[in-house]
Design a binder for this molecule. Structure first.
Ligand code: ZN
Ligand code: ZN
Ligand code: ZN
Ligand code: ZN
Length: 488
């Protein structure tokens, strides 16, 4: 009864935003548009029901705004950090109870409370405070919406279930509420696994985890018509394509660059469903085989040929589908093993221990090998170049960084749709580097492309976008000044 009423309230609130929740066979709930939405339109935005920063021994963030500077520990529990009194005051309603329960724990136990445990503790505290009306509830902000989320309990393996049960026990030990139901907490951990969102900054770097129960109604597509971006802690969904009245709003839960098999793996393992989007239904068709061979396969023996390779009937080689040349399987395996040992044993260790200079040297060797091994549009080659770009920027080797950035762009253009945040961000990086290096004309071009994409995915109101727009303005002014001095 209570749930039906909550659902009606939600439908009424969504109606004002030209949205409705519907149920589809096999897919469960879905969010439909009741008017046309156009690229850049905000479809829905929501504050988190609960969220926590991804704090660890190496990184701490403010619990209120996720900032990293000027942090002070809460003097009560000594676990949570704040950037100042504003954030601390805003969080106090919920943290007051959390602070109390955390403070009861022994000090060494307290500091080992992981973000996911904290998220669950906060979930129960918020639920309690809302039921006691200490914190108000609204149609889009209440525990019934969390109750309505799918848990997929029957699809979870034994091992995972045991882990969730242990975590639930820990939550119950922390809260020490007599009425608490461990089975329900276990189920809620399972809900977190397939419904919680990673909160990212504007450049898509992860900051924390949050639960947004209305946003969770939106289903996945590997070719989505909308995108989810965070502004601070609020989740904002914008249309990236025209969504006509009556169609379903779809976002992507995963990194969409990859073959159908690569995309389906995390969808099955984490989200427990088989995707049947327009890209995935092509699995096994010639288009799909070709795409996989390009994105994750090997290159032709002839360096000038861009054909893709398919295994020969005897299994001993891979044949180019363009020119017919065959590459020996043993030769490929040899290089692949070399690349694997270099990247797994050497490069990533150097990278994580901060030896950037040496990491660059190793990644450059890997890049050479991969250029011989992989198709020019290969994703792993692109990822190596991306790592080199990041490391070289860290080392302030701008010119070399720009060269790698430019090598990644054609792959980005190929693997992502025309309006995709990662493509926009890559143009932005390219434009910034060109600007530092005095290539004003190049900077204007790249920054314009970045703005064209990111104004749709990110809007124009955030500090991040304002900075980008200002940079473009500056670059344009400089370019026209240079032009006018040339004309004289
Ligand atoms: Zn703060
Ligand atoms: Zn505290
Ligand atoms: Zn799909
Ligand atoms: Zn060829």
């Amino acid at each position: 009864m209570r749930e039906t009423a909550a659902m009606e309230d939600l439908q009424a609130a969504l109606k004002d935003r030209n949205l409705t929740v519907s149920t589809v066979e096999d897919k469960g709930r879905c969010l439909l548009a009741t008017r046309d939405f156009y690229p850049g339109d905000v479809i829905i935005s929501q504050e988190s029901y609960v969220c926590v920063p991804n704090n660890s021994s190496v990184e701490t963030r403010c619990d209120g705004c996720f900032a990293t500077s000027k942090l002070k520990k809460c003097s009560g529990c000594q676990v949570v950090w704040y950037c100042g009194s504003t954030c601390q005051r805003e969080e106090w309603k919920l943290h007051r109870l959390e602070c109390e329960v955390l403070s009861r724990q022994e000090k060494n136990k307290r500091t080992s409370v992981t973000p996911s445990i904290r998220l669950m503790v906060k979930l129960y505290i918020r639920r309690k405070l809302q039921s006691e009306k200490v914190i108000p509830s609204t149609a889009t902000d209440n525990y019934n919406l969390v109750e309505a989320l799918v848990a997929h309990m029957s699809d979870i393996n034994e091992e995972q279930l045991l882990l969730y049960a242990q975590m639930a026990n820990l939550v119950s030990l922390i809260l020490q509420w007599p009425e608490i139901n461990i089975k329900e907490i276990t189920e809620n951990f399972s809900k977190f696994a397939c419904n919680a969102h990673t909160i990212c900054d504007s450049e898509l770097r992860p900051l924390g985890t949050g639960l947004y129960p209305v946003i969770s109604i939106i289903n996945h597509s590997c070719l989505p018509n909308s995108v989810l971006v965070f502004e601070g802690r609020s989740a904002v969904v914008r249309a990236v394509q025209h969504i006509s009245k009556g169609s379903e709003v779809l976002i992507s839960y995963i990194e969409t660059a990859g073959s159908t098999m690569t995309r389906q793996k995390p969808l099955k393992e984490q989200y427990l469903f088989t995707c049947s989007c327009p890209r995935c239904v092509k699995v096994g068709q010639s288009d799909d085989i070709r795409e996989s061979a390009i994105l994750e396969g090997y290159r032709c023996k002839n360096e000038k040929c861009c054909g893709f390779l398919i295994r020969t009937n005897d299994g001993k080689g891979l044949q180019c589908q363009e020119c017919g040349l065959v590459r020996d399987m043993e030769e490929i395996k040899l290089i692949a093993t070399e690349v694997k040992s270099l990247s797994e044993d050497k490069a990533s260790k150097l990278h994580t221990t901060g030896n950037y200079q040496e990491a660059v040297a190793v990644y450059k060797i890997i890049e050479k090998f991969q250029s011989k091994l992989c198709h020019p549009f290969s994703i792993s080659l692109m990822q190596t170049r991306e790592k080199l770009l990041k490391l070289l920027m860290e080392l302030e080797h701008w010119r070399e960084a720009l060269a790698y950035c430019k090598l990644t762009l054609p792959v980005y253009q190929r693997v992502y749709p025309a309006v995709h945040p990662l493509l926009g961000l890559q143009y932005y990086t390219c434009g910034k580097l060109e600007w530092y290096l005095g290539d004003t004309e190049g900077a204007v071009k790249s920054l314009t492309r970045a703005v064209d994409i990111l104004r749709i995915t990110h809007g124009t109101n955030t500090p991040f976008m304002k900075e980008l727009l200002m940079k473009l303005e500056e670059a344009r002014a400089e370019a026209s000044y240079q032009q006018s001095s040339k004309d004289k």
